[in-house]
Design a protein around this ligand. Structure first.
Ligand SMILES: Nc1ncnc2c1ncn2[C@@H]1O[C@H](COP(=O)(O)OP(=O)(O)OP(=O)(O)O)[C@@H](O)[C@H]1O
Ligand SMILES: [Mg+2]
Length: 581
């Protein structure tokens, strides 16, 4: 497998274009450092030849002082080049990291279902770190070293054309050899990183489920899985390591070849009186000077291989495009919304429909209670309205406008969804409620908190709205988390509310708070409620019972209650236990 150099180049150009100033400075420093490295040994040669000729001491002392000064300057320039290079690299990688994180957040749920968060972290962090090496090392070392090699060959050519040709051939054959071996380790590195990403994904998932894992006594199974993943990593590691060894071996051999060329040509030219002893020194010194870029190039070839794999995975990731894209834009009017499903079908995977030809309508301000066994597709319906997925057939309209018409922002501004398990972030209460929207005044947030009966809870917070919540809302009860989710909805005042009620049991006091909050939530709004409690079901104007992806019953709730033959009245008699978990 060969990684096209063009890919590296495109990435480099793309990211350096935005920091032209620094890049120019970096190039200048590199060129300065290279020129000095090539020039300084010339002074040494002059010094040796002058000393051999037995010339006066003042010249020698001046040359020696010049040598020391230039050597110091060269060191300084090299340090500056590294500093600026790192700077350029960090800026470029931070930009890339931000770009990728944003890209991932925009991707569809289908993508996030397939790729675990652990794997994404490895992509955005691990692979991007690898790329930071690419930016700093490739520019400074690889390009710098290649330039240095070229400069040495040119200078040697002017010294004696035979030397120029010998060393030119040596440099080219080295680079060709390295380029050849470059690609053999890439697939192994890729496998290794994939194995690491799998481990991350595994750990992430298992640690999130600690409670369930312990409760079910599956700890030994988890550990066994961990061992298996580790064994796999070791295997990949060993293979990748072997490949790297081959690469290093090739570099070592070519270097030995270089010294052989230097000694042979130096000796012959000196013997034939074509070179002075100072010039022979120069040749040997240049060979040593070439050794470093070659050694570093090899090391860089190694990281270039890792980077090649990282670039490939990152461009794979960037190639994912969300299928759910903004519509051309259509304003959805204020106030409660009308909702219709027209012959809607949907499946998460092809040929396995979860919803089949669903049609129903909901007038503005009406509440639809969705009932059905677990897995019957209730949550799926809500996801389609919110455009987390698009239906495979049929259409969904809001106020007669297809939901694909407005932009996602316009749509999600008018539709709010409270999911079964509320996500709270490690951020202040304010940010958790407003989703970082600074336009919402504190007074409004406080009003909503008070209105939802969260006043007591809020009063106990040490820093009011600035109190930091823990990730996942660990310090909150399920009921409180639900109420906070309601508060979010109130703050953005949508015309359609989707409430996927949590099935967790609540204590009576919180239960009452939630009841009151739902009352307010539904006032003057259209709503779909996936109900798990009888009291919630009773708020619905219409009832829909789902089974096997289709509607088994749909109608006015009161009519269904009074119809002794309806499924719903039957369910009420059995305490709804069949459909409410
Ligand atoms: N992200 C997903 N990828 C693939 N299949 C899914 C996904 N989410 C749900 N499903 C499947 O789709 C079907 C409907 O799931 P859905 O979550 O809509 O059920 P539900 O009625 O909300 O159930 P519950 O009452 O348990 O919340 C189920 O068979 C489920 O396995
Ligand atoms: Mg559900």
């Amino acid at each position: 497998m060969n990684i096209p150099l063009k890919q590296y180049w495109d990435l480099l150009v793309d990211h350096l274009r935005v920091q032209k100033g620094y890049t120019t400075l970096l190039v200048l420093l590199l060129l300065g450092s290279i020129s000095l490295q090539v020039f300084i040994p010339q002074l040494m040669r002059y010094f040796i030849d002058e000393a051999m000729a037995g010339d006066n001491g003042t010249v020698l002392v001046t040359v020696a002082i010049g040598f020391i000064c230039l050597a110091l300057v060269q060191q300084f320039v090299a340090v500056a080049a590294t500093y600026v290079g790192e700077n350029v690299a960090w800026r470029a990688t931070n930009r890339l990291r931000a770009e990728l994180a944003e890209h991932c957040l925009r991707l569809d749920m289908t993508f996030h279902n397939d790729i675990s968060p652990g794997e994404l972290i490895e992509r955005i962090d691990g692979d991007v770190n690898e790329l930071s090496m690419f930016f700093s090392r490739l520019v400074i070392m690889i390009l710098g070293n290649i330039l240095l090699l070229a400069a040495i060959v040119v200078v040697l050519f002017f010294e004696d054309w035979r030397l120029g040709i010998a060393f030119g051939l040596f440099a080219v054959s080295t680079i060709v050899a390295l380029n050849r071996v470059r690609s053999i380790a890439v697939p192994h590195d890729k496998a290794l990183r994939k194995a690491n990403a799998d481990l991350f994904g595994f750990l992430e998932e298992r640690l999130t489920g600690t409670e369930d894992i312990r409760a079910n006594g599956t700890v030994p199974f988890v550990i066994r899985g961990l061992y298996q993943l580790h064994a796999h990593i070791l295997q990949c590691w060993r293979k990748a390591g072997n490949m790297h060894m081959v690469v290093r071996l090739v570099a070592g051999l070519t270097l030995m070849g270089g010294y052989t060329v230097a000694f042979l040509t130096g000796y012959r030219l000196y013997r034939d009186d074509l070179l002075t002893i100072g010039s022979v020194y120069l040749v040997l010194h240049y060979t040593g000077l070439m050794a470093r870029p070659i050694r570093e190039l090899t090391a860089q070839v190694e990281s270039l291989q890792n980077i090649g794999a990282a670039i490939e995975r990152l461009s794979d990731l960037r190639a994912f495009q969300p299928k759910i894209v903004d519509g051309p834009g259509a304003e959805i009017a204020g106030g409660p919304l009308a909702l219709t499903f027209d012959n809607v079908s949907f499946g998460y995977v092809e040929d396995d429909l979860v919803l089949k030809n669903l049609s129903f309508g909901l007038e503005p301000g009406h509440v639809l209670g969705l009932l059905g066994r677990t897995g019957s597709g209730k949550t799926t319906i809500t996801r389609l309205v919110f455009r987390l997925y698009d239906p495979t057939g049929g259409s969904i309209t809001l106020n007669q406008t297809n939901v694909t018409q407005p932009t996602l922002h316009q749509l999600r501004h008018r539709v709010a969804m409270v999911t079964q398990d509320v996500q709270l972030f490690q951020a202040s209460v304010r940010d958790n409620l407003t989703f970082f929207n600074r336009d919402i005044p504190d007074a409004r947030i406080l009003d909503v908190i008070e209105e939802l009966g969260l006043g007591d809870w809020f009063g106990k917070l040490p820093d009011g709205l600035d109190t930091e919540l823990e990730t996942g809302g660990k310090s909150l009860s399920a009921g409180q988390a639900q109420l906070l989710a309601f508060a979010r909805v109130f703050l953005h005042d949508p015309g359609l509310v989707i409430l996927d009620e949590a099935s967790s049991r609540l204590d009576p006091a919180t239960g009452q708070l939630i009841e009151r909050a739902i009352d307010r939530l539904l006032r003057n709004r259209t709503a779909i409620i996936v109900a798990h409690r009888l009291s919630t079901v009773q708020r619905a104007d219409h009832i829909m019972i789902l089974e096997d992806g289709g509607i088994t019953e749909y109608g006015d709730r009161e009519r269904l209650v009074s119809d002794p033959d309806s499924r719903f009245s039957g369910l009420l008699k059995t305490g709804l236990s069949e459909v409410l978990v």
